[in-house]
Design a binder for this molecule. Sequence first.
Ligand code: MN
Length: 192
Amino acid sequence: MPVLIYPAGALAPVISQATIEYHYGKHLQTYVDNFNRLVKDTEYETMTLREIVIQAPEGPLLNNAGQVLNHALYFEQFTPYPPANNRPNGTLQNSIHFDFGNFDTLKQKMEEAASTLFGSGWVWLAQEESGKLAVINCHNGDNPLRHKMTPLYGIDVWEHAYYLDYQNRRAEHVKRLWEIVDWEMIESRLNI
Ligand code: MN
C-alpha cells in the first residue's frame, strides 16, 4: 500500500478529508488487495509494478495493477493546501513552454480532455520517448506506460475522486486541482 505523504485533511478544501479517506483508504486499498491476490503464483509475481503494467495482457490483473500505479502516482503528486509553490519551474517549465506555448494552454488542454473523457478514466500529462510532453486520455485503469510514455501528472476522473465534494461538477474539481499540484514532484518524474 503506497504511503500517504500528508494528513488526510491536508488537501481541503480542494479535496476533502472524507474524499481522501474513501479514495485512498477504501478504493486504493481494494485495488491493492485485488492486485496482491491476482499476482500471487503467476509469472508476474517477481516483476516490478511498472513492468507488470507494461507487459500484462488485458484483464483483471492489469486493471488492478494499473489502478495501483495510477493511484500511487496520484496521491504522491499533491501538496498540502495552500502550497508554497504551485507553478512549474526549471526544466519542466521550459518543456511546457516549448511544447504547449505556455502553462495556461497546458491547463486548458487538460481541463478540456477531462471534460470530454466519457465514462471512467484518467487524463495524463505524459512524456513521449522523444522527450516531448503530451496530454492523453486513458480509459479505466490504463496508464501512459502502455503507450510508451512516462506518466507525469494524472487527473483521476472516476466519479469516486470528486463526487462527495463536487457531485457532477467534474470541470470545477479539475480546475481546483491546480491549486495543490506539487510541481517539484512532477518535474522529478521527467526522463532527462
Ligand atoms: Mn481513483
